[in-house]
Design a protein around this ligand. Sequence first.
Ligand SMILES: Nc1ncnc2c1ncn2[C@@H]1O[C@H](COP(=O)(O)OP(=O)(O)O)[C@@H](O)[C@H]1O
Ligand SMILES: [Mg+2]
Length: 269
Amino acid sequence: MLTIKNIYKSFGNIQVLKDINLSIGNGEIAAIVGPSGAGKTTLLQIAGTLEKPDSGSVIFNGTELIGMKDKKLSAFRNRNMGFVFQFHQLLPEFTAQENVALPALIAGSSKRKAMNKAADLLTQLGLSDRLGHKPAAMSGGERQRTAIARALINDPEIIFADEPTGSLDSANRKEIQDIFVDLRDRLGQTIVMVTHDSSLAAIADHIIEMADGHIISSPITQELEEQEIEMAEISPEESLSIVDSLDSGRNGSEDLIGDRVEKIRETVD
Ligand SMILES: Nc1ncnc2c1ncn2[C@@H]1O[C@H](COP(=O)(O)OP(=O)(O)O)[C@@H](O)[C@H]1O
Ligand SMILES: [Mg+2]
């Protein structure tokens, strides 16, 4: 669904992202975790085309988004991507229903259709009695659920969420977590989130751990690295003979080696 290749980003002379490579699969929840300042928000913003990298690719269902003209990109983002931020970013002078309807209106939907769909989504998220409330008259949890409804209104292919539970108490954190699980399990919604909330991270299918502008662990990166090491170090003939010698001397304590042998066999085959 989303592939990020060789992304570099600096602010002034500080390099914030250094050769980031990442793949997000359709229907998965991915969690970007790591210490403050690691570059998580910057990566999420680049993946969501809200920020431009210095170099590299962001490929969304086969379409390269880097270099797309701003106007076309905004329209693309509006149709395909939903965003949830730590601080809801709802417009204070509009009601919940109007806030949710806004991206549909921007996409060209009629007011009637947009307002109806907004009401449906808010109802699904337990806010049927809050349609006419302005953000200031709602609780933090209600505002964040409204922000999720807004992110969903154009049926986005992907939702980006930056610390979506960062300013909530534990009951409201749990609610957001349940909503994300439900969106994935029921609708196959793809979600990429940055989070410090360990129970929210625990629902992810894919954890991307960042430190100092690098991805330090991600299942995909790890696999690639292992394969590269095997390819680089050992020729097929050599590996066959290693496999034979290891196999003959194998015992129970050598499970790790055994796994490695299996990998080499696959590579050789
Ligand atoms: N717009 C910006 N201008 C200058 N520096 C920035 C900007 N955005 C982020 N940074 C810097 O980039 C680094 C990574 O920030 P960020 O991506 O927000 O990290 P995280 O979300 O992991 O805490 C930090 O050192 C931060 O100060
Ligand atoms: Mg951040």
